[in-house]
Write a protein that binds this ligand. Structure first.
Ligand code: NI
Length: 186
């Protein structure tokens, strides 16, 4: 069970076609760490992500061209729940060459799903909104979510990462014909 943040605001999620989704986001300035401004933006991202039923939401998706995103992992058979987390100025690199295909969707591309190859394992370094360093390795769905959200900071959406557009499907048809577990709304 994820606790909602009653004081946070529901932000408008912009959709594909808004130029901010194709821009390279700017690093969060050093003096913002620990400020109310950055804490509120983080809280608003988490609140909006949860209200919109996403597992990730990057600042450019709410028209803030800054390098931070929120994400969380719902519990599954194989993955423990990860509470909503905000990562700022992340750096991401692949561990090894293994790529795996999985279904993705995006709150900025509502209604569509597609198969996207992603690195199976990644390493990520970032800061919290308070400025604390974060370093983690992730694999599987966790790594997929992080790669999807990280891409938003560089103006990349999941459609750009699809090997072919042939798997692209509308959600009702995807659920009916294609769903075999694993989904992602970022
Ligand atoms: Ni997305």
């Amino acid at each position: 069970m994820i606790t909602r943040l009653p004081t946070a605001r529901l932000l408008e999620v912009v959709r594909l076609g808004h130029p901010v989704l194709r821009a390279t986001a700017e690093p969060v300035p050093e003096e913002w760490f620990g400020s109310g401004r950055l804490r509120e933006l983080g809280d608003d991202l988490v609140h909006t992500m949860l209200e919109e039923d996403g597992v990730g939401l990057a600042a450019p998706q709410v028209a803030e061209p800054l390098r931070l995103f929120a994400y969380w992992l719902p519990a599954t058979d194989t993955v423990e729940e990860l509470r909503p987390t905000v990562l700022v100025n992340p750096e991401l690199r692949a561990i090894g060459d293994e790529l795996v295909e999985g279904w993705e969707g995006c709150l900025s591309i509502p209604g569509l799903r597609g198969l996207v190859p992603r690195h199976e394992r990644i390493k990520l370094k970032a800061r919290t909104v308070e400025g604390e360093p974060v370093s983690l390795t992730a694999d599987g769905f966790h790594a997929r979510v992080l790669q999807h959200e990280f891409d938003h900071l560089d103006g990349i959406v999941f459609l750009d990462r699809m090997g072919s557009p042939r798997s692209l499907a509308f959600e009702p048809e995807w659920e009916r014909y294609l769903l075999d577990g694993g989904q992602h709304d970022g």
